[in-house]
Design a protein around this ligand. Structure first.
Ligand SMILES: [Zn+2]
Ligand SMILES: [Zn+2]
Length: 336
């Protein structure tokens, strides 16, 4: 099969590699669409991301959908030809953390696209059958790939224990931040502010349900804004520190994005004197069915978000668009 393999920073090559064979309890998926995540770009340009480093050539891509092409031993569903979305945190089901139900934090977690496991920027990928969920026909391939970041947003909102009427601040109007805005709107009435430096993206925050937007936290602070719950979906170093003054005393601050730096620089006085609760999230857990349903019903209308499509040979261009964050493209989507 053809695959886009990353050999080193900014060195991606389309190569002929063996088509994976689905093992026991696995399914071979013919990849239809791969949404490029900002974390993919980090690995692409830095050679490391979120604590994982490149050790040899790797196929990137963890937000994807496709068709069931073959069954491994012991598998008979979903049927051959079924369109499926994928939750890419693959757990062992045997360790103590899995036993506590925290399968996304499994001690033996496998995450396709992060070394050493190959991802989906290829014609085929083998996935555990348990990680798949059928995609209704009315969900496009591009949206089918974006239900993974929607799942990350669902997980973050669950952990925040957001209640109807609470004021919400979201940093970063990418797909995850916009999904959080939308999920907060679904939860009930309330004020939802989004901070996003790219003007074109602030427009999408309003479309997805933000009641206020600003280019910076300072702008909102000057207007006297405060929120019970702050979600940092920006992945920007320093964004969290800027947002802390906007968290109400007793508020919750949920860290969703992956900062480029390995250190958080927070004011001890700010977090302590107002007794803020900091909540860290990792990826998602058991969110796929809900994400597919929300996307299919249009409750979280990912289909309206602008994407730009690329071929497998254009992965480098897709990565650069992801880094450039133009106002008129929220996701680069590769159709292998
Ligand atoms: Zn992602
Ligand atoms: Zn486990």
């Amino acid at each position: 099969m053809k695959a886009a393999r990353l050999h080193g920073p900014r060195d991606v090559r389309v190569e002929e590699v063996p088509t994976p064979r689905p093992g026991p309890d696995e399914v071979l998926v013919r990849v239809r669409a791969v949404s490029i995540c900002p974390s993919d770009w980090r690995l692409y340009v830095d050679g490391h991301a979120g604590g994982a480093a490149l050790s040899g050539p790797i196929i990137q891509g963890h937000e994807f959908c496709g068709d069931v092409a073959a069954h491994g031993p012991g598998v008979d569903a979903p049927p051959i030809g079924a369109r499926v979305a994928v939750e890419p945190s693959w757990h062992c089901g045997r360790c103590d953390v899995c036993a506590r139900g925290l399968t996304h934090l499994c001690r033996n977690i496998v995450f396709p696209s992060f070394p050493p496991r190959d991802g989906a920027l290829a014609e085929y990928i083998a996935c555990p059958a348990s990680s798949l969920h059928p995609l209704p026909d009315r969900v496009s391939d591009a949206v089918g790939a974006m239900v993974e970041p929607l799942g990350v947003a669902i997980h973050a909102v669950r952990l925040s224990r957001l209640e109807a009427g609470e004021r919400v601040l979201v940093l970063g109007a990418g797909v995850i931040g916009l999904s959080v805005v939308c999920l907060a709107r679904i939860r009930g009435p309330g004020c939802r502010a989004a901070v996003e430096p790219v003007a074109g993206r602030r427009r999408w925050a309003v479309a997805m349900g933000a009641t206020a937007t600003a280019a910076s936290c300072r702008e909102l602070a000057d207007a006297g804004f405060e929120a019970e719950v702050v979600f940092d979906c920006s992945g920007e170093d320093g964004a969290l520190a800027e947002a802390l003054p906007l968290a109400q005393p007793g508020g919750r601050v949920v860290v969703v994005g992956i900062p480029r730096s390995e250190r958080f620089d927070l004011s001890a006085a700010q977090v302590r004197r107002r007794e803020l609760t900091l909540i860290f999230t990792r990826r998602s857990r058991d969110t796929l069915a809900e994400a597919v349903a929300l996307a299919a019903d249009g409750d979280v209308d990912l289909a309206r978000l602008p994407v730009r499509r690329f071929s497998l040979a254009q992965v480098a261009d897709a990565m650069e668009v992801t880094a450039a964050r133009p106002g008129d493209v929220l996701r680069a989507v590769v159709m292998p």
